[in-house]
Design a protein around this ligand. Sequence first.
Ligand code: ZN
Length: 459
Amino acid sequence: MKFDYSSAEQAPRRSAHRIVLITALCGVGVAALMSRETSANRHVPDSATAPMVLDADNAAQYDESIQSALADSIAVPQASEWITVSVKSGESLSNIFDSQGLPPDEWMALLKLGGDTLELKRLKAGEEIKIRKEGDQLQELSYALDELRTLNVRRVDDQFEAVTLTAEVEHRQARATGTITSSLFNDGNKAGLTDRMVMEMAEIFGYDVDFALDLRQGDRFAVVYEELYKNGKRMRFGDILAAEFVNQGKTYRAVRNVGADGRVAYYTPEGQSLRKAFIRTPLDVCRISSPFDLHRRHPILNTIRAHKGVDYAAASGTPIKAVGDAKVSFVGLKNGFGRVVVLQHGSQYETLYAHMSAFRSGLSVGQRVAQGQVIGYVGMSGLATAPHLHFEFHIGGNVVNPVTVAMPRANPISGSELAKFKLSSKAMVAALDQADARQQNAMATPALGGSAAPVTAAP
Ligand SMILES: [Zn+2]
């Protein structure tokens, strides 16, 4: 893409060339001084870095040209100043160029480069654009596309060149330890954990520790986590790599694993799952309107009929979640049950969800669903007096009460993945042991409470 720059183009072009010239001459200058010291009267071979041959005769002339080049470099600034423009609400690139005295063909030419420069069409209030201009010509522009990528545009002769630079992120390992004195969040924050990390820790151990009921003063925790650094500066916290929670004297440990399918889960250092294979209720907000009862009088049929599930009253349209990883084995109508979904969890377990107002769109038999994934919505299809979910839990073909049945653990890590996991888990256990030891020491001294301490840098 060529542009027609008429009268205004000379100045910046000359200055650009001048910078190059100065750089070159300085190089020669060093070479000249060195060769004069070592061999004042002999010719430096033509192959030397200096483009001109140096000898005593033209050395003085050289001095002069170097002097003038250096003087030039002092008189003419190498580049104009960078200006940081903060984008105001509703402002576009053309507004910004306008207010900077840059003509429209500048931003038009820039956007014609396409690629990442098109992101400049979607500026948001509060973002920053850095520009360097000379007269009414843009020389350079820099814009952070996200926390890692920066778009750099510069003028090369009469064209613009755009390049996107991606900063390298360094992952450092850190750890935090604390003792519960007031609340999980207070003491977590005191130890240097963010609210998000405290929540993640609670989720990791949520199947074993009821943080609302079981938490006690004197409970302890240790978290090994990642901190992400960009250009030597901490950008943000990363993932929790391992964690320990000591609840009422019982120690729970968790190590992060990324499965072959990319799924992240936490396991005991031995590779056992920390989560249950099933969540107990398929609804977030509900109350039990009719319990599991094998001798119940049916509200509509008015006969004694076993109630082989649990009824959860909830507003029509409330999302229903799969209680475990499963394969869909039935989607459709089943007489009095109305719209029904049946999920098959491995060979032994089956769950049934009835009276739905609608299925999740696209749900079909044979599909895989993950624990917590929405499969449909509460309704009153079939025989029902009010919107509710009728939920059944079958083990080996028998119905059981989902509220009281002992839930099995999710599958452990197995096969070749286990060997790999045990390697990384070993390092994590060592890190947790270290954190423990440090905490014991801290508790032996009068100063009690949390501390966050960086550990070694990890690749
Ligand atoms: Zn029911």
